[in-house]
Ligand binder design. Sequence first.
Ligand code: AMP
Length: 495
Amino acid sequence: MTKFTELDLNPKVLKAIEEAGYEEPTPIQAGAIPPALAGRDVLGIAQTGTGKTASFTLPMITMLARGRARARMPRSLVLCPTRELAAQVAENFDTYAKHVKLTKALLIGGVSFKEQDALIDKGVDVLIATPGRLLDHFERGKLLLTGVQVMVVDEADRMLDMGFIPDIERIFSLTPFTRQTLFFSATMAPEIERITNTFLQAPERIEVARQATASETIEQGVAMFQPGRRDREGSDKRKLLRALIDREGAACKNAIIFCNRKVEVDALAKSLKKAGYDAAPIHGDLDQATRTRTLDAFRDGTLRFLVASDVAARGLDIPAVSHIFNFDVPTHAEDYVHRIGRTGRAGRAGKALTISGPKDEKHIADIERLLQKEIPRVDLPEAAPAPEPQAEAEAPSEEKPTRSRGGRSRRKTSAPPADEAAPAVAAQDAPAQEDASDEAAAAPEAETAAAPEKPAPRRRSRATKDERGEPAKVVGMGDHMPRFIALSLEERLAG
Ligand code: AMP
């Protein structure tokens, strides 16, 4: 077994590792650190939870400790798909570089340009950024990428899902050909393979075991939901979720509840709260301060239920979660693996329950194929709503007929419900729901999660994402202009 002390890391980094309480390197660390320190390109196929962040931060700090930053020319660059992940990588740098004098800047939406510009002007060792925001800074002439010696691409598969690949290619082309590249992805889709073949030079390839096969401690189950009346489908499904939560009793200490769309995240969090459950939403449209506050509360145990979208939850390091509830079956089997990997960590027992409706059968089959096992069907709790049309009605506020599939004409003419959870977001996301295709449903989440991080002129270069997301939006938005669109960025952040 390799020891940290055998890895040729800077002694100050070793000290920080010891203080973090790590006893030995994880497989991705043992595999990636030596070639990274030798100056080689690395292709790490690993997902969150494997210790992949330290596998690039530790050698980077060691290498950066040797030189000095120059004004406007960062020496290294880490690209992350979401703000949360970027912020987490920045935290990792703080932890492991606490005995080394390094400067860093974080370029993400929700953080002021001015402050970051001032840091960049002085010179930074590490620039951690989401691709859109980095290009914003570059285009404003505030930043030169010709001094980048090491470039990291983290969670490349998620970058692909979010339509960031053209941006990544552009950023690669702005950095020196001689740079070292450390590239991480949970999966190797053909597009990712193409990028690595184009931009990496003879990389050392390290692949670590998938989480799904490792997490035998997770008890999984599928609750088959038979909707009754169509206009009550949403409220019946929420009722079933509450019944499933209640049945777990005290064993359910805390849980992440996943939805496929932001609109559902908001509506569900609001409905749970109303029913007396301690729940809060997290998704890409919330400002950074709110997201940080919510996550901190969930981490320290003052918030019991985190209702999340895949993009927002991706890469979040939350140590102990007793339960995962999939309110929606993820449309990509990989996402199921990511979601349930949030429980059963470090040998702890965990439980993952998925609500599946008649339209979800195909996705459940895909997941079972990926897992190479069948997920047991669980009995429905007694309190679950009956499938008959006469299913007991819930509080009127939860009735959202305007959200039902195929309700395009109704939505246009009907007034928004009085107790709408998030009218602005709902209006924006709704078209994707009507579109019904997985791709279209996934695109708006990515689009808006990244929205504050990109300027209008570059949109032309993002053909993939725009083609997927925009035509549907125009139709569904109708004459209604959601309030948040009219607000300036500052107002949105202040709100
Ligand atoms: P990551 O896959 O980078 O998101 O890391 C997952 C978690 O593992 C984080 O909480 C890290 O602090 C932790 N971690 C990273 N490396 C080690 C290690 N060698 N030993 C124990 N924990 C680690």
